[in-house]
Design a protein around this ligand. Structure first.
Ligand code: ATP
Length: 357
């Protein structure tokens, strides 16, 4: 069995609390399924930045590319670093420099009681969003002019490349085909943003012709936002740009139980990729044992799947689902599911116990 090295970056706030639980669970699965995974911890985050100025050491990206199979990431962000420069230098740098162009976010409801929508339960809330993760309005292209004066001009330029648009749309259709799904929706604002989103429209039409048997629908993102509340069952796979993806996936998280159980992958197929919970470092609850570790665990399941360990991933997903339906909950889920509140560690222990053997 070849060894797959996992770089664990727990980060700030609740990141280390949920990462501890996540790694313990993955270690158990690795030993049970004979997966040959090894976990190596890195202390990048606010403490390290404030101590010695390190954001990421020189050459770290190259090391990740060369030596690691995946990155298991907690969260970054700390009130002691108001500029957030360390967080940008860690997470955004990895997304861009490792070219992790697919932000994959499943929005799957585990329990009807978590649905905020009347009459919509597990059967209706089952969609996955692929958000473009390296272009759009997030490249920092633009600038300000006459800053601080009444004549100030501020511009952010949306970057859409043919290559970038095509590969994320292609990824959405490939994901649908692999998962046996039959519908892909692309969300844009092509009625207003004629150039960039016109490109998305053209490429979507072109790529969809290569996927027989998958229904392709292009729609405006405002219409999609309404429809996801009104008729979420119409959606299986949604592909969209960086900004709209940010918003649509938060909507998806709210529809399926909240940030405590929302997982994501930042993926470049065939290359080192990064798996992290959707939530941030949540400084308001850090150090109190209130953080829900299930988003981190589910991100671990996505990582296992990506590394080719489907059986272990399925076992972990099933254990999390059972935990949501029958187990103890951190305060974020108690509001919706009832029962006394459990700590991060208690939920982690129960989850661990659900993994047989
Ligand atoms: P970012 O800008 O990095 O997304 P943020 O502070 O805006 O960070 P989060 O850190 O995700 O957002 O936290 C938003 C709120 O959601 C927090 O105040 C916290 O109460 C709650 N929250 C986030 N993650 C969890 C979790 N794992 N368990 C319980 N509550 C959580």
């Amino acid at each position: 069995m070849t060894n797959q090295r996992i770089a664990v970056i727990p980060g700030d706030g609740i990141g280390p609390e949920v990462a501890r639980v996540g790694v313990r669970i993955l270690e158990k699965l690795a030993s049970k399924h004979g997966l040959g995974l090894s976990f190596e911890w890195f202390d990048f985050g606010a403490d390290r930045f404030l101590r010695d100025g390190t954001i990421l050491p020189a050459g770290f990206m190259e090391t990740l590319r060369r030596d690691y199979a995946a990155i298991y990431f907690g969260a970054v962000g700390d009130p002691r670093v108001p500029s957030n420069e360390h967080a940008k230098g860690i997470l955004l740098a990895m997304r861009f420099e490792l070219d992790l162009y697919i932000n994959l976010r499943p929005c799957l409801l585990f329990d009807d009681r978590l649905s905020p929508l009347k009459g919509k339960g597990r059967r209706e809330l089952q969609f996955t969003v692929l958000r473009e993760n390296t272009e759009g309005l997030y490249t920092g292209t633009g600038g300000t002019f006459k800053k601080g004066t009444p004549d100030e001009v501020a511009q952010e330029v949306e970057v859409n490349t043919r290559k970038g648009v095509e590969r994320i749309i292609e990824a959405a259709f490939t994901f649908a085909r692999t998962a046996g799904l039959r519908k892909v929706c692309m969300a844009d604002k092509a009625n207003v943003l004629l150039h960039g989103h016109g490109l998305w429209r053209r490429v979507f039409a072109e790529v969809s012709r290569r996927y027989d048997g998958i229904a392709a629908k292009a729609m405006y993102v405002d219409a999609l936002a309404m429809d996801l509340i009104r008729a979420p069952e119409q959606y299986q796979v949604i592909v969209t740009n960086n900004l709209f993806g940010d918003i649509v996936t938060d909507l998806g998280a709210a529809l399926t139980g909240g940030l405590g159980i929302a997982a994501s992958g930042n993926i470049h197929p065939g290359r080192v990729s990064l798996f992290e919970p959707v939530h941030g470092s949540a400084p308001d609850i850090a150090g109190q044992g209130k953080a829900n570790p299930l988003a981190m665990a589910l991100s671990g399941a996505m990582m296992l799947e990506h590394l080719g360990h489907g059986a272990a991933a399925r076992e972990l997903n099933a254990a999390v689902e059972a935990q949501v339906r029958e187990g103890a909950h951190t305060p974020d889920l108690v509001t919706q599911l009832g029962g006394p509140a459990a700590t991060t560690e208690q939920v982690g222990q129960e989850l661990l116990a659900r993994l047989q053997g």
